[in-house]
Design a protein around this ligand. Sequence first.
Ligand code: HEC
Length: 150
Amino acid sequence: MKRYFLTIFICVMATAVFAGSHGKVTYQDHIRPLMESQCFACHGDHAPTLEEFDADQERYENRNLGPRMTTYEETKVFVTGEDAGAMMRRLDDGSNTADGNPGNMYEYLGRTEEDRQQNLSIFKEWVGHWTLKRSNELTDEDMQKFSIPE
Ligand code: HEC
């Protein structure tokens, strides 16, 4: 009887590990292609670096340009780096915001509500810990929960 349970346990674990690795959302395979189609119009190669953007925010905003986010390193800054949490606050659909309004980049996630929800769930899975806290509010515990695989 004991062996029977052990066999079931091993099968369940093996399935979980398989499903986990199989469906894993990574930057290279999922996030970058998604951002290329939805975000690079304003955050692509022609966009300023975050440093340039911060130095002259108004000028870039008038040209509808946000900080460049074309690499893993540049993108990570808005999840766990200098501007931690910005990605989640901007992309949230309103279910986690104080005023119930979506973040101002949510609309760019897709053409239809269905597309936006689907792409939001890809981002959520990639981030691994969806919190709208600001960088100075994030605890060590929060930081450990972010996954953002490359
Ligand atoms: C039509 C242009 C446009 C598109 C498309 C766009 N953005 Fe933006 N984004 C901006 C501009 C301009 C800013 C800076 C102004 C602001 O903060 O709202 C910005 C700011 C941001 C910020 C905050 C940056 C910071 O300095 O904290 C994040 C994060 C972001 N965008 C993510 C995205 C993501 C992810 C997508 C794609 C799903 C996207 N944006 C699509 C124009 C755009």
